[in-house]
Design a protein around this ligand. Structure first.
Ligand code: PEP
Length: 250
């Protein structure tokens, strides 16, 4: 059965004390059965936070594409593994926009992360002009064709996709539940075409973009929306808890 996930992305916010306190608070309430909770935290918090909770997995928000070497200031996948990360978020639109990350590089990062045994949350999504020109499907298709659709079937099984329309990230504008559902169904269809029916059916596809308690239940009720990648609202214990609780138990 397809895995349901609520993942938070703290971006460049929080310090270790904030993280420990946050995790102690949110782990007082168990998530609905069958729902996995993941938190994407700053590198420096991974080690400490990975020891706090049994049911919250810790994700890194980036990794380097090489195993090791003279890359001052960078973090390798083995460092992340040894610090306790189970996942890494790759291809986030902020990394694409501010750090010039492109799909070929993201593919390299995915490959090395998967080889190290990390699971990947791969982000894709169109900017506003593509949505307005109704070319959003073609845009997302080309992102996937240059990255995850080049993975092997075994690698693909370790990937979660997060569809995050850029115009909805941090803007307060959310895709409507039908816009989210249509794109998720389209992504699943592309994955089925490449890897077969069962890999596509098993693929977890998260929606991201201004998810909050007021819209999460409706978004998560869509048949192809398997949870969320949550930015701003994942930094407040109350709203993150409400979002987790708005998932239906499996
Ligand atoms: C994100 O950072 O992935 C995100 C979706 O942010 P927000 O929920 O704040 O729009």
């Amino acid at each position: 059965m397809r895995k349901k996930i609520i993942a938070g992305n703290w971006k460049m916010n929080s310090d270790i004390d904030f993280g420990v306190d946050f995790l102690q608070k949110i782990t007082q309430i168990q998530p609905p059965s069958g729902v996995e909770v993941i938190l994407g935290v700053p590198f420096i918090s991974i080690y400490e936070l990975s020891k706090v909770s049994d049911f919250v997995s810790i994700a890194a928000q980036n990794c380097h594409q090489k195993e090791s070497g003279a890359f001052t200031g960078e973090i390798s996948v083995n460092m992340l593994k040894s610090a306790g990360a189970s996942h890494v978020i790759l291809g986030h639109s902020e990394r694409r926009q501010y750090f010039n990350e492109f799909d070929e590089l993201i593919l390299e990062k995915m490959s090395i992360a998967l080889k190290a045994g990390l699971k990947v949350i791969y982000c894709c999504g169109e900017p506003l002009d593509q949505r307005e020109a109704e070319t959003h499907e073609a845009f997302v298709k080309s992102q996937l064709s240059d990255s995850i659709l080049k993975l092997s079937e075994d690698q693909m099984k370790q990937v979660v996709i997060a569809y995050e329309p850029i115009w909805a990230i941090g803007t307060g504008k959310t895709a409507s539940s039908s816009q989210a559902q249509d794109m998720h169904a389209f992504i699943r269809h592309l994955v089925k075409e490449e890897f077969g029916q069962s890999v596509g059916e098993e693929l977890t596809i998260l929606y991201g973009g201004s998810v909050k308690p007021a819209n999460s239940e409706e978004l998560f009720a869509q048949p192809d929306v398997d949870g969320g990648l949550v930015g701003g609202a994942s930094l407040k214990t109350e709203s993150f808890q409400q979002i987790i609780q708005s998932m239906k138990p499996v």
